[in-house]
Design a protein around this ligand. Structure first.
Ligand SMILES: [Zn+2]
Length: 82
């Protein structure tokens, strides 16, 4: 899954997640759930620090993006075939 969404820390202290309509909500409810949980991990990272989540900062690192999504799949949806 490409990291087609983005989570950012705003200067006002809020974290935001941007959803696009190209790859999100495009037929895979399970895929969407993985994406939301992946991005929520980044929100935790921004708001509470890296130690608050197993999701790593993957900006500009496609391999780490895939690893983050794989982690969500294995921990949140064990045994599910994607
Ligand atoms: Zn990510």
């Amino acid at each position: 899954m490409a990291d087609v969404l983005s989570s950012i820390m705003n200067s006002n202290g809020y974290a935001s997640v941007a959803f696009n309509n190209v790859d999100f909500n495009f037929g895979s409810l399970l895929g969407d759930a993985v994406t939301i949980l992946h991005e929520l991990g980044h929100v935790y990272q921004y708001l509470f620090g890296q130690n608050s989540t197993a999701i790593k900062d993957d900006q500009g690192n496609a391999d780490l993006t895939k690893a983050n999504s794989a982690l969500v799949k294995s921990k949140c949806f064990p045994g599910v075939v994607f």
